[in-house]
Every structure is written in structure tokens, then in C-alpha cells.
Write a protein that binds this ligand. Structure first.
Ligand SMILES: Cc1cc2nc3c(=O)[nH]c(=O)nc-3n(C[C@H](O)[C@H](O)[C@H](O)COP(=O)(O)OP(=O)(O)OC[C@H]3O[C@@H](n4cnc5c(N)ncnc54)[C@H](O)[C@@H]3O)c2cc1C
Length: 433
């Protein structure tokens, strides 16, 4: 094993330790009612952790859908490397483990009465509430990009708003020699490396099925996560197929016309697409905004030690909806928020001091067959902000730093670790092992 991989291995095994060791001791008081809204990466992880760690707490998970399709590995569906069924899970495993799973939509929260109102069922009372509702899209932030427009120009960025299969079908139907155009938003948004993994996976598919096709990525930023690694992989695996345009090179899309299949950029260029994937700016899920948890940015400020809302006491906001920079909005990070938020919620309810948190993240990306890259970060709470722990984490090495054989082995191992990460986390959060 290399130094970097050894460090990652240690980080991965350490990830579960601090919160578990520091978890408050179970008391013999009345049963606490912990309610969780949203059964995605944050919410399902919170439910599983709470159920396993605090046997005397009643855990209720409110999730509007009966199954959950993960965003992670959705790009691999586009690349033909995974099937949608392989990334779709039910909540049966959590229910079997004693989580009360309520399939309903939370339509309002009354923080004073400590109740959640459901669309169909009766109100649910809580002592502490954890909210992980994910994102909503800012319709209209790109002129012409409405829910209707998204049917012709899919986003594929939140499976509960639109299944990835809509984009998949369009890509499969696109003629060879066609142009696939992506509009990519400025920060902050869900999954900073996600659009670039998507470019890679679509290129992987084109290379086999439509070798004359082109990809044009129009980006509202001037740089992106793991950029040198992605770009050297594109040169190596998909030469001449991908053009990436940053904001200063007129990459920001400001208007779309779905009937003409055109995208207009900030400085006036009009681009015609055969398939267009528009990923618009985003904000915290509606229930968080409606509850008054979001500030003027559309995201939810939280206390870094506990993930309790900085605006409404008694509610912990985790995952993408929270403001937790420099942590990225990732599924991995949402699952570490979840553990700390649950431990803190229980401690605060019992009048105890919440554990001192350490947060971990690894963002893996698949770039081709047996070709993975990653970035790792370790974060802590410092006063009223999150900080990245200096000299922690790391990023995959560049090609030029290794021999060809070593590079191939490194990329192959990282793809393998990515698969292991996905398998382990999804099995854990959906109560499958
Ligand atoms: C293409 C793509 C690839 C990605 N790849 C990775 C990756 O490789 N690794 C990684 O770590 N992250 C990845 N991510 C990011 C990851 O998907 C998100 O960061 C993660 O899902 C955030 O978790 P969450 O709990 O905040 O939201 P989600 O996982 O989206 O869960 C939100 C849940 O809340 C439910 N909900 C919302 N409102 C209500 C309501 N009012 N009532 C009831 N239920 C409600 C929704 O139905 C949904 O199930 C990727 C994202 C994309 C788009």
C-alpha cells in the first residue's frame, strides 16, 4: 500500500470511532422521541445510527418515497456501468431494525409545539428533530429553465425530482456525431465533482456507442474539484471528445430555449445541443426553508458542534441543506453529519455536553473502466465555523508522478475502493448489514 492509501485506510476506520466513543451514556429517563425528516444520505444514516446507538430512544423516519435511488453511482448508469435497480433501495431494512418508517411528506413543522404536520397522516411529536431534506432547484435562475423545460433538458441532479433515466434515454437516442451540452452551476451546489464524473461517464459511453459524438461543458466557475486529474484523464481516455469552458471563457449559461434546444451564454454565444443537461443553481429543500431554517442564501446555517439550526432551536439540519463549508455537499459527509447531529441531539435532550466532533469526507469519482480518483478531507468545529484540519486528507497523485504501471494500479485500486465505499455506506444506511 502507498502512503496516501494507508492514510485513507486509517481515516476510514477512524471515521466511526470518535462519535461512537463519545456518545452519551444511555439514561433510564422517559423515552426520547427523535424524529428525522428525509431518508437520503443524511436522514437514513441518522436513523440507522440512532437506532443502533441509543436503544432507549424512539426513532421515527419521515420519507415521502417508498424507495431511494442514490445520486452517487447515477453517473455510472449513464456510462452503462450500473443499472438503476442496483442503486435503488427500500426502507425495509431500517424498519426491520426498529426504525418507525413513515412514508409521507412533511408539509410543516411547528418548532414551538414540537410537531411535524404530514400531508396524509396525523401530526408527529418530537423532542428533537433532525432534518435532511436535500436540495431544491432554483427554477428560473437560468432564464427559461422551468420544470417544463427540464423534461426536454433534464437535470438528473435529484432523483426525487427527476429520475436519471430521463437523461439516460435521451443519450441513448442521440445520433452518433451529436453534441451533448452540459450547463454546470457555480458553488455551492450538490456534489462538486459530480458534473465532471458525469462528463467522464458520458464520454465512456460515447467512446463505445457513438465515437463521433462531442461533449461541451459550459461552466459558471473558473475551476473545479480535482480539475487537473479529470482533465489529464480526459486527454488520455477520450482525446478530442470533451471541451470544457469556464466562466471567464464565456461558460456561464444564462438562458435556455428548450423548443430550439439552445443555450445562451453570458457574453452572448448561442449553442445548439442534441442533448442538453442543465444543472441549475440550488437551495435547501422546501421543508427546511418553510420552517425558517434557511437564511438569505437559501441554505441553512448551523452550529458546527451539533448541527443544531442557528435560527430555530431544537432542530438539527444536516446534509446538503446545511451550510457546512469547507465541507462539500456530499453523501459521505452527510452521513458523518448525521452521526454527530444524532449524538448531539440526544446529549442536549439529556442535559449533557455533546461530543467533540470530527467530520470526514472522501469524494471518489469514476472516470473510466478501472479508473478512479479521489479527494479526502478531515474537518472540525472551531467556534462558530467549520475548519479543514491542516495537513489532513489528500488528493490522488497526478499521472506524471508515477510510472505507467503504478498509475494504472493506483487508478484501478481507487475505482475498487469507490465501489467498496458505496457498498458499505448504502448497506449501512438502509439497514442491510
Ligand atoms: C450525479 C451525482 C453524483 C454524486 N456522487 C456522489 C458520490 O460519489 N459521493 C458522495 O458522497 N456524494 C455524491 N453525490 C452527492 C450526494 O448525492 C448528496 O450530497 C447527498 O444525497 C445529500 O444527502 P441529503 O441527506 O442531504 O439529501 P438526499 O440524499 O437527497 O435525501 C433527501 C431526502 O429527503 C426526502 N425529503 C425531502 N423533503 C421531504 C419532506 N418534506 N418530507 C419527506 N421527505 C422529504 C427526499 O425524498 C429524499 O429522499 C452525488 C450527487 C449527484 C447529483
Amino acid at each position: 500500500m502507498t502512503d496516501t492509501l494507508t492514510r485513507r485506510g486509517l481515516l476510514a476506520s477512524a471515521a466511526a470511532l470518535p462519535v461512537a466513543l463519545a456518545a452519551p451514556r444511555v439514561s433510564a429517563q422517559a423515552r426520547m422521541r427523535l424524529v428525522i425528516i428525509g431518508g437520503g444520505f443524511g436522514g437514513a444514516s441518522a436513523a440507522r445510527f440512532a437506532r443502533d446507538t441509543f436503544p432507549d430512544v424512539d426513532v421515527t423516519l419521515i420519507e415521502r418515497s417508498r424507495s431511494f435511488t442514490t445520486c452517487p453511482y447515477g453517473n455510472l448508469v449513464l456510462g452503462g456501468m450500473r443499472k438503476i435497480e442496483e442503486i435503488t433501495f427500500t426502507y425495509d431494512g431500517l424498519a426491520r431494525r426498529g426504525v418507525r418508517v413513515v412514508h409521507d411528506e412533511a408539509v410543516a413543522v411547528d418548532p414551538a409545539a414540537k410537531t411535524v404536520r404530514l400531508r396524509n397522516g396525523g401530526p408527529v411529536a418530537y423532542d428533537r428533530l433532525v432534518m435532511s431534506p436535500g436540495i431544491d432547484l432554483r427554477w428560473g435562475a437560468i432564464e427559461g429553465y422551468t420544470e417544463g423545460a427540464a423534461e426536454r433538458m433534464p437535470h438528473g441532479w435529484a432523483p426525487y425530482l427527476q429520475p436519471i433515466t430521463v437523461l439516460e434515454r435521451q443519450l441513448r437516442a442521440m445520433p452518433d456525431g451529436g453534441v451533448f451540452v452540459m450547463a454546470i452551476p457555480d458553488n455551492p451546489f450538490r456534489c462538486p465533482p459530480g458534473p465532471y464524473e458525469r462528463i467522464s461517464m458520458v464520454a465512456h459511453y460515447f467512446k463505445q456507442a457513438k465515437p463521433r459524438a462531442k461533449i461541451l461543458a459550459l461552466d459558471a466557475k473558473n475551476g473545479f474539484s480535482k480539475q487537473p486529474l479529470f482533465q489529464e484523464a480526459w486527454e488520455e481516455l477520450y482525446p478530442g471528445m470533451i471541451e470544457w469552458r469556464g466562466a471567464s471563457n464565456d461558460g456561464r449559461v444564462v438562458r435556455v430555449d428548450p423548443s430550439a434546444m439552445t443555450l445562451r451564454t453570458e457574453f452572448g454565444d448561442t449553442v445548439k445541443a442534441d442533448v442538453a443537461n442543465v444543472i441549475p443553481p440550488q437551495m435547501a429543500g422546501k421543508i427546511a426553508r418553510d420552517t425558517g431554517l434557511a437564511n438569505q442564501t437559501g441554505w441553512c446555517p448551523v452550529k458546527p458542534q451539533t448541527f443544531e439550526s442557528a435560527l430555530v432551536p431544537g432542530i438539527h439540519v444536516i446534509g446538503d441543506a446545511s451550510i457546512a463549508a469547507p465541507m462539500p455537499k456530499s453523501g459521505f459527509v452527510a452521513s458523518t453529519h448525521a452521526k454527530q447531529a444524532v449524538a448531539a441531539a440526544v446529549a442536549l435532550h439529556r442535559g449533557q455536553t455533546p461530543p467533540d466532533p470530527v467530520y470526514f469526507n472522501t469524494c471518489y469519482s469514476h472516470v473510466g473502466t478501472d479508473y478512479g480518483i479521489s479527494i479526502v478531507g478531515v474537518f472540525r468545529a472551531e467556534g462558530d465555523r467549520f475548519i479543514e484540519v491542516p495537513n489532513s486528507g489528500g488528493i490522488s497523485p497526478r499521472n506524471a508522478t508515477m510510472s505507467r504501471e503504478r498509475k494504472e494500479e493506483y487508478r484501478r485500486l481507487e475505482a475498487h475502493y469507490a465501489d467498496g465505499w458505496y457498498e458499505a455506506l448504502t448497506r449501512q444506511m438502509f439497514g442491510l448489514s
